[in-house]
Structures are given as C-alpha cells and as structure tokens.
Design a protein around this ligand. Structure first.
Ligand SMILES: Cc1cc2nc3c(=O)[nH]c(=O)nc-3n(C[C@H](O)[C@H](O)[C@H](O)COP(=O)(O)OP(=O)(O)OC[C@H]3O[C@@H](n4cnc5c(N)ncnc54)[C@H](O)[C@@H]3O)c2cc1C
Length: 524
C-alpha cells in the first residue's frame, strides 16, 4: 500500500514551483510532477512585480532573482516617436520599488535550485492522466516513461497551466474571451539612443509596440498585429519596429520570434474539496502589464499557509475555501485591468491618435492616477473582500491599513543592533503578531499571548513593539508606526504568512484575539 502524501503538485511552472518552495518550509510531505522532460527554455513572462518580490523575499529567493535580473525604475510612453510621459516606480512603498525583468526560464531555474536545497526535486517526464476524489483523500494516476503509478494524497494542486488537465477533468468552464487581434513577440539585438535600463512603449498610427530590456542591447519587443503580414524575418521585424517606434535604430540580430493570441479567462471556483487550481490553470489574462505569472505566484502563497494550517492544526475546510474567494476576486480585478489596458493599446484609429497623445501626456501627470497605475502594476494595492477571516475590533481611522489589505512596508529599530529592520522579515513562514505595548508596559501584559503561542505552537511569531528601547521585541521610534496603524494606547495587528493583515484590535485583549484565532482555524 502506498503511503499517503500531504500534497501532490501537478506542473513545475512558476506557480507550482512557488507552492513547492513554500510547502517545503512547512514540513508537509509533497511531490511535484512535471510532464516535460527538461526545464523550460522559453522566456515567456519577463516581469516580476514588487509584490512577487516581497513574497519571494519570504521564501528567501528574492536576492537570487534580483542578482540575475535587470531592475527597471521607469517606463516611457511615446506617440509617433515623440516622448510623452513616464511611469516612475521609484516611489512605490515597498523594499523593491522597481520592476524586475528576468526571463521566466531563469525564474524557474532559480526556484528549482532553491527547492533542491530543501531536498525536493521536480519529477520530470511524469504526467497526471487521471484522478478520483474521496472524502478523505484523492487518488492520482501518473505516467512515467510508460510506467503507471497510483498515488494517494490529501490534496492535489493543479498548477498545470492554461490547458490544465485538472481543470478539464473537473469539467470547469473557463469563461471569458479571446481577443481577435494576435500579438507578435521577438527578442532582438538593436542599437538605438534609448536607455537599456527602461521600458519603452510606442503608440503609432500602425499600432503599438513595447520594448523591454533583457541584456545590454538585447530587447524583448511585443506589438499588436493590425494589418499586413506577420513579421517573421529580419526585414519584416525591421519594418515592424520602424513603422511604430519611429526612432533611429539599427536592428542587429533577431534571436527568436513568435506570435500569440491574447485570452482573458477565469474559472468560477478555484477549489473543489481536495483539489485546488492555481496560476494559469485558474485564470489567464493578456500579457500587457506583465501580471499573469505574478498572479499565480500570489495564488501559491495564499494557498500554501492554508494547507499548512490544515495539516498542522487540523484547520477546517472553510479556511481552504477562503483561498478560492480571495484569489478569484484578486484575479478577476487583474483580468479587468489587463483587459482595459489591452483594449486601450489596441485602439489604433489614426484620427484618434492626437486625442490618445493628449490623454497619455496629461493623465500620468495627475499624481493619484500615476500612483494608482504604478501600484496596480506592482500588485501592491490588491486587497481581499470582507469575510469572516478579516476582522477589526475597536475603532480605527478609515485611513489606516485594514484587514484584507497587504501589510504596508514598515521598519522598526532592532533592540541590539539599533538598526532599522523590515518588520515582515521577523516572520517568514508563520503569522506575525504585532503587539503595540503601552508606555511602561509590564511583562504580565504579554503572558496571555505567550500562553496562546503554546496552544498553537509555531502559528505566530510574536513581536512586542515598545515605545522605548527594551531587551526583547523592537522599538517604534517616536510612535510613528503606532500612529500609521491607528493604534491609540495599545493594540495588536495579526499579519498572515502571505503578508495580508488578518486581524486588528485596539487594546490588548487576549481573549477576543484567542476567539478570532479559533474561528479562523475552525469555522464551520
Ligand atoms: C508571450 C508571453 C509573455 C508573457 N509575459 C508575462 C509577463 O511579463 N509577466 C507575467 O506575469 N506573465 C507573463 N506571461 C504569462 C506567464 O507566462 C504565465 O502566467 C505563467 O507561465 C503561468 O505559470 P503556471 O505555473 O501557472 O503555468 P505554466 O507556466 O504553463 O506551467 C504549467 C506546467 O504544467 C505542466 N503540465 C501540464 N499538464 C500536466 C500534466 N497533466 N501532468 C504534469 N505536468 C503538466 C506543463 O508542462 C508546464 O510546465 C506571459 C505569457 C506569454 C505566453
């Protein structure tokens, strides 16, 4: 009889690998199987957004990714070759105020290498060909080089991409639309007077073209195919660029080119009892704005800690159901904005170009709009709908960070080094319990919270936040953090392992907090 696994992950794209990496830090037993026989060599997604880097920092791979990547601080928008406006990412409120460009094949290589350090390998040449769901487990059929294996697992996670076998077997409609226009894509070497550390987006009467630096003079270009032949050789790609960018350049070499259709599709529910879908298996959107892979990474991080709570604390299924509710809402929002951005990029009505030019030139000068757009691209302003898992107790100003929103970038002073440290780094796999202590707080105030930590071992990392320097905890100099979080005299914030605020409270009432934890884990 085969031993039951906790989790069987299908697919070793960026989302499957992120989930595997997150689970390996929680000590769950899992396998990750991949149909392809070798690592992917296709660069597909090249944009890693700030929010994903925050999540990757929790997995300890952000540095490795950045070391190999190009950091983009700014994007430029042109109309018929004339510069109009810029998108500036430097004032994003995150430790990573930029867009990171790295070919997807490299991102996958780095995630897989880190996974190997935890003793887990991707099982290649291994395809899921069937499964059956029972009340307490799922049985999967795997094919490996002509051999059939049956595996029992508590959960199957379909990270098997846009053509997901898991989704099809479950009979889930992938609702949405496919755009009529196709897009061309090419990696080219080009000499031009434009910065190779910035993104350039050109609008023209022939259509749009976007350019992203990959290496010093190697660029990824994508553009919508309006009319005329598909650019498939050096000359055609030269013309394609000439007609749209309208800046002086010399095309040196075409490394590869491709064409793709744009789709916007999503499933109704991301989870079905013991089977969950993450990444492109659950939603696909236009690559405009570089969101697809990043949305899948956030799915994986949302689901990972919930699976851990079920495994470690025997949490009940409504917690897992919240994965579907939260991530569907987030993915739907991303689908809406990438759809709008794609429609706008594809307008391409020559007599409307002067109007488009005006809108581009002036709209990004409006600071709140610019802030909204850059935060949206960085996925920093995505928040989850109100639910039983997000709770506020006591009165807080509406301007303070709320449950359901990502924890804002916050630094505190380390008691020993006296240096500023990033608060989220204090807990990289479990919940973070921030206890804002009153002036002259005594130790007995912390006792009930310590007891709770014994009841749920490892569930949270408690961080007492003092108003002045103490032996333990950290210091909130000048009460800046407490003010920002809307804490009056004392209070607490609970941050989830995926960086979202779960709960907050004015005052330090351990019983109310304990009731919240109980409900979060064991709601029926
Ligand atoms: C041209 C292009 C440009 C893009 N640019 C961006 C960008 O800049 N930023 C961005 O965020 N996103 C971008 N995307 C989207 C991004 O590539 C996808 O969102 C991402 O690959 C999804 O990752 P995934 O792990 O969910 O699925 P995939 O990467 O598709 O991985 C799924 C894996 O599952 C395996 N598999 C399938 N079926 C089975 C089975 N039955 N058994 C075992 N294994 C199986 C497959 O072999 C595959 O390796 C782009 C996409 C394209 C096509």
């Amino acid at each position: 009889m085969n031993k039951k696994l906790d989790v069987l992950i299908i697919g070793a794209g960026p989302t499957g690998l992120t989930l595997a990496l997150a689970l390996s830090r929680y000590g769950l037993s899992f396998r990750i199987v991949e149909r392809a026989s070798g690592p992917s060599v296709v660069s597909k997604a090249i944009g890693i957004q700030a929010r994903s880097l925050e999540l990757f920092a929790r997995l300890g791979v952000a540095e490795d990714l950045m070391e190999n990547a190009i950091k983009i601080n700014q994007g430029n928008l042109y109309v018929n070759g004339a510069w109009q406006a810029k998108l500036d990412f430097t004032d994003l409120n995150t430790p990573f105020p930029f867009v990171t460009l790295l070919p997807q094949s490299e991102t996958e290589r780095i995630l897989e290498a880190r996974l190997a350090t935890y003793g887990h390998i991707v099982e290649r040449d291994t395809e899921l060909t069937g499964f059956a769901q029972f009340p307490t487990f799922v049985t999967a059929t795997l094919q490996h080089k002509g051999e059939t294996e049956t595996v029992d697992a508590s959960f199957i996670i379909g990270a098997d991409g846009a053509n997901s076998f898991v989704r099809r077997e479950l009979g889930l409609p992938f609702s949405g639309k496919s755009f009529k226009e196709s897009w061309a894509l090419a990696d080219i070497e080009v000499d031009w007077p434009l910065s190779s550390e910035e993104v350039h987006i050109f609008f023209s009467d022939h259509g749009v073209i976007e350019s992203f630096p990959l290496q010093s003079n190697l660029f990824r270009i994508t553009g919508n195919l309006t009319s005329g032949p598909v650019p498939t050789d050096h000359k055609a790609i030269d013309d394609f660029l000439q007609n749209r960018a309208k800046v002086p350049f010399e095309l040196k070499k075409v490394h590869w080119y491709s064409m793709f259709r744009v789709h916007n599709r999503i499933i109704e529910k991301f989870g079905h009892h013991r089977i969950y879908l993450i990444g492109d298996a659950a939603h696909i959107n236009s690559p405009v704005g570089g969101q697809g892979m990043n949305t899948g990474i956030a799915d994986a991080m949302n689901l990972a800690w919930k699976l851990w709570c079920v495994h470690q604390f025997k949490a009940s299924f409504p917690l897992l159901d919240s994965y579907s509710v939260e991530r569907r809402e987030a993915a739907q929002g991303i689908l809406r904005s990438t759809n709008l951005a794609t429609e706008l990029l594809q307008i391409n009505i020559p007599f409307l170009l002067p109007l488009q030019e005006k809108v581009i030139r002036n709209s990004l000068k409006i600071a709140p709009l610019h802030h909204f757009v850059t935060n949206r691209i960085a996925q920093l302003n995505s928040h989850y709908p109100a639910s039983l898992t997000f709770v506020t107790q006591g009165h807080f100003s509406p301007l303070t960070p709320k449950p359901g929103e990502p924890m804002p970038y916050s630094e505190v002073v380390h008691p020993r080094t006296k240096k500023n440290e990033l608060l989220l780094r204090r807990a990289d796999r479990n919940f973070l319990l921030l206890l804002f202590l009153p002036k002259n707080a005594t130790d007995d105030l912390l006792e009930p919270f310590k007891e709770l930590a014994y009841t749920y071992p490892d569930l949270f990392e408690t961080v007492p936040i003092h108003q002045s320097l103490k032996e333990d905890g950290v210091v909130d100099q000048g009460g800046e953090l407490a003010r920002r979080f809307g804490i009056k005299q004392s209070g607490l914030y609970l941050i989830r392992p995926d960086g979202y605020i779960a709960y907050r409270q004015q005052g330090l009432k351990s019983k109310s907090f304990a009731r919240y934890v109980e409900r979060l884990l064991y709601a029926r």
